[in-house]
Design a protein around this ligand. Structure first.
Ligand code: GCU
Length: 600
């Protein structure tokens, strides 16, 4: 084989190297970007829709050096440039493209985003380009130069770009691709709309050269001591780090060694709990850098089939939520939309929410924490992903790491979920057991869970014996009695048994209804039918001794391309207790009454 040929083949293969094998190692995710000085790049971005990835590959399917990321402009009338961002469509960031443009409603593929901005880096400053989320694959270019990539639609990523910035005018280009692929996480089939785009905010974050990049501050497992660590970027051994919690009159100093300073503080904080979601201002200082966060302190553990919050048994009265915006639909893009969803959960009498099936925005998590909601946070290891594919595992592990990295200081998050409704099998068991152990390595203060739909028919009714039950601390069960199996009237008498002395959460239960459609309780899609499903399933759950909570499916109707039924679904999963236009269905009140009257 001629040498030149082998180089070309190598180039070809390297272009397919999974995108999360970073060309440029992005530094640890900056913690608590809300508290950082930053410039927003939100707003209108120019876009080019590129189904054939013509802006990336040449006609030989080889990556080009002069693709659309160069944002080239004609220099002379005879120049041939067959794209121009400045005359192309525009779209809002943050936001999905599907609900912003009729022609992109079903679109899955590449869209190029371009944003001009004016910025001049100051001396002794580092600048990070930070994306809160891009679905699904992102290749990022600054001033025409490739700076990195990211895979996964629901977790943040950043690039330190200080030396890539120009004085004044700069432009960033992002190749976004939400094509579904078998090896992806999630894989090709999911029961939610594959909203594409730069779906969450984009920032230019400024820090001093030597700065606090990351920290973990929580109650030590099984004690009331507050302990943690702080990582200092560009710090030197011996540098001082100061941690202060004024309200607790605590101020401690620690010293940096190998970029990290650890500490432990004897304290008796008021513990965070739903009825009193107490948060403390915590300030960290080192050199010229200072950052303040609001942090709650609590412990969570299990005892047999009980979940203990701060050592006391707690029952999780919950609801599942998708990141679908109320009223406008599409991806949630604002704090107001988060608050509307959370306010509805409050009205329902909930003290707990399951954020499905992927990490929701940091804003949603922080707002929920302030409102006293305990949280189940999950990565989209959903249905039949490729459990024997090592790249798929690396991808899932990366999303897990980013989820835990971003939210590890949120007291409200009690559980990390590593999967939803995955089929039993050896490869799956290894895959998920490894993920669960990875999660424990990253964070040993929370519970690990997964939502199963593998319950079997036993003598005494439903039997929970999935081997994955061994690897988790809390077992989530998805079961649709009265909807996918059996008639609603049958559910009250269904019994449950478990091979595990562990807490069970009914992570999904429920049925569909079109708001405003009425009829008998045996007529599908009527509110009466859905209400009956709730009535009888609540009966069933009352009899499950080892039940420590539930998160019925789901708070609000949400878009899914698996739901085409005309005049009823219209591309929406109708299992919401509230329609996407905010109309409460009868079942909303059934569940509310159960929560308000019981388990208080
Ligand atoms: C499953 C799944 C959900 C889905 C729901 C449904 O249990 O976990 O993602 O939307 O069932 O069928 O409505």
């Amino acid at each position: 084989m001629k040498p030149i040929k082998s180089v070309l083949i190598l180039l070809f293969i390297s272009s397919f190297t999974p995108l999360f094998a970073q060309e440029r190692e992005f530094s640890d995710l900056l913690q608590n970007i809300d508290a950082r000085e930053k410039v927003s790049l939100n707003g209108l971005w120019d876009i080019i829709i590129d189904p054939l990835e013509n802006g990336y590959y040449n006609h030989r399917l080889q990556p080009m050096d002069n693709g659309y990321f160069k944002n080239a402009k004609m220099q002379s009338p005879s120049d041939l440039i067959e794209y121009n961002f400045d005359t192309s469509d525009q779209i809002m960031v943050p936001g999905d493209w599907n609900t912003q443009m009729e022609k992109l409603y079903y679109y899955e593929g590449t869209v190029w985003y371009k944003k001009d901005f004016n910025y001049t880096a100051k001396t002794n400053e580092l600048v990070y380009l930070y994306f809160e989320a891009v679905n699904y694959e992102a290749i990022v270019y600054l001033n025409g130069e490739r700076i990195g990539t990211h895979t996964g639609g629901y977790t943040p990523f950043q690039f330190e770009v200080t030396d890539k910035l120009k004085e004044g005018d700069n432009f960033v280009v992002v190749k976004v691709d939400n094509k579904r692929k078998r090896e992806n996480v999630p894989t090709v089939n999911q029961d939610w709309w594959n909203y594409g785009g730069i779906t969450r905010s984009v920032h230019l974050i400024s820090t001093p050269k030597t700065h606090i990049s990351d920290y973990s501050i929580q109650l030590a497992k099984g004690s009331t001591n507050i302990q943690g660590w702080v990582t200092v970027e560009n710090g030197s051994d011996g540098d001082n780090v100061e941690i202060s919690i004024p309200e607790l009159r605590k101020n401690v100093k620690s010293v940096v060694k190998n970029g990290k300073a650890s500490f432990s503080i004897k304290a008796k904080p008021t513990l965070w709990e739903p009825k009193n979601p107490k948060l403390y201002e915590v300030t960290i200082k080192t050199g010229t850098d200072e950052i303040t966060d609001t942090i709650g302190f609590r412990t969570v553990s299990t005892q047999g089939s009980k979940i203990l919050l701060n050592g006391k048994e707690i029952f999780l009265k919950g609801i599942s939520i998708h990141e679908e915006a109320p009223f406008k639909t599409g991806r949630v893009t604002s704090k107001e939309e988060c608050r509307i969803l959370l306010q509805w959960a409050k009205e329902l009498g909930c003290n707990y929410i399951r954020l499905a099936h992927y990490p929701h925005s940091e804003t949603m998590v922080r707002e929920a924490e302030k409102m006293g909601f305990m949280i189940w946070s999950e990565i989209p290891v959903y249905w039949t992903i490729l459990f024997d594919n090592k790249d798929t595992y690396a991808n899932a592990k990366n999303q897990l790491t980013e989820m835990i990295s971003r939210d590890k200081n949120r007291a409200a998050i009690l559980m990390w979920s590593v999967a939803n409704e995955t089929p039993e099998g050896e490869a799956r068991l290894d895959f998920l057991t490894n993920l669960a152990n990875e999660a424990r390595k990253l964070d040993n203060t929370r519970l690990i869970t997964a939502a199963l739909d593998t319950q079997s028919e036993g003598e005494g009714g439903k039997m929970i014996e999935d081997p994955l039950g061994k690897a988790v601390d809390v077992i989530g069960i998805n079961h649709y009695c009265g909807w996918y199996v059996d008639k609603p009237q049958k559910c009250s008498s269904v019994k449950w048994a478990s091979a595990y002395d562990k807490p069970m959460i009914m992570s999904e239960v429920g049925g569909g209804a079109l708001y405003g459609l009425h009829g008998s309780k045996n007529e599908r899609w009527t509110e009466e039918y859905q209400a009956e499903v709730y009535r009888t399933n609540i009966e069933m759950m009352r009899n499950i001794e080892f039940l420590s909570g539930l998160s019925p499916w789901i708070l609000m109707d949400f878009r899914s391309s698996r739901r085409p039924l005309k005049r009823i679904q219209e591309d929406f999963n109708r299992k919401g207790l509230i329609s996407e236009q905010g109309m409460k269905k009868q079942a909303f009140y059934i569940l509310r009454d159960y929560y308000l009257k019981e388990n208080n």
